[in-house]
Design a protein around this ligand. Structure first.
Ligand code: C5P
Length: 304
């Protein structure tokens, strides 16, 4: 994630992520789950603009980029202390003992409760943006510690375009794949709460190994990536939200090298061989949109 100076302040673009692999290794005494997951940042971005403010309040203005039909089924975003952006700004300020305020304008394009970690990415963008705007000069490892306090997948967005993540998700090993991936993000009208999915999950006795998928990504072997796609949370999400199982069945005939639900859902992605195949697959989703199984479709590229 890079920040750009403007005449008034600073702009940061916060990408969405997908999980190409997600296995739950076990439940922890603190109530969280240990994960093995491979995350990839993709080209669907929220935009955050940061400006200094003369008083000491953190002011967050929310701008929905588009009104999408069906989005009324998703939770509403708050501009106050419940918002992860507000909390990231406040945490950073308390950490360094600063009382400065700021104005943050957040343009939302990443759907909420969608398994795309939009809120976590916005929080990481806030740590990076305000670290620069307020000239704090905190290093990556210090920001990583603050990120982990805000949420399990915030740290991923601080420096990686793809990474193997363990622990709660906050232990990040960056990967350096060279071949870009093309995907179609398929967002249903309803969202799912991450906590709810983890709560309903039965942890596996025999965890699936993701090292093959990880190697396939580094090799740029798209067929092997397609074969290795795996998400432990998928069947639980489908039990909680049966429309997702119907969506899976309908996406299976769409083409591409594989399909998977991202994170705790509800977004699915179709992995494609090239941009043409991705745009073709996206056009074939019109019928699912008419049936209200799908509310948004985005053709995206990995950020690497
Ligand atoms: O860390 P974050 O706030 O994003 O997590 C949201 C919820 O998802 C947690 O409260 C927890 O219930 C669940 N979770 C989990 N194990 C993880 C990550 C999240 O159980 N590794």
């Amino acid at each position: 994630m890079r920040s750009e100076r403007t005449s008034h302040g600073l702009i940061v673009r916060a990408p969405a992520k997908v999980n190409l692999f997600l296995e739950v290794m076990g439940k922890r005494p603190d109530g969280y789950h240990d994960l093995n997951t491979l995350m990839v940042a993709v080209s669907l971005f929220d935009t955050l603009e940061f400006k200094e403010d003369s008083d000491s309040t953190i002011r967050l203005d929310l701008v929905p980029a588009t009104e999408e039909p069906g989005d009324e089924d998703r939770p509403l975003l708050s501009p106050g202390p419940e918002n992860l952006v507000w909390r990231a700004a406040d945490l950073l300020r308390r950490h360094v003992g600063l009382s400065d305020g700021c104005r943050i304008r957040l343009t939302k394009r990443i759907p909420l409760a969608a398994g795309l970690a939009g809120g976590s990415s916005d929080a990481a963008a806030t740590l990076l943006g305000l670290n620069r705007l307020w000239r704090l000069d905190l290093g990556t490892s210090e920001l990583m510690t603050l990120a982990a306090e805000l949420g399990s997948d915030v740290a991923f967005f601080l420096g990686s375009e793809s990474a193997w993540c363990t622990g709660r998700g906050e232990i990040v090993t960056p990967l350096q794949p060279t071949t870009p991936l093309w995907l179609v993000l398929v967002c249903p009208p309803m969202g799912l709460s991450t906590a709810r999915v983890f709560q309903a999950l039965k942890t596996p006795e025999q965890p699936v190994d993701g090292s093959g998928l990880r190697q396939a990504l580094l090799d740029g072997d798209i067929q092997a990536i397609g074969r290795g796609l795996f998400n432990r949370l998928q069947s639980t999400a489908e039990e909680l939200c049966p429309a997702l199982a119907e969506l899976r069945r309908r996406l299976a005939i769409l083409g591409g090298v594989g399909q998977l639900m991202s994170g705790s859902g509800t977004t699915w992605f179709v992995l494609c061989r090239n941009p043409d195949e991705a745009h073709r697959a996206a056009r074939n989703l019109d019928q699912l949109t008419r049936e209200n199984l799908v509310s948004r479709v985005h053709v995206v590229r990995s950020c690497f």
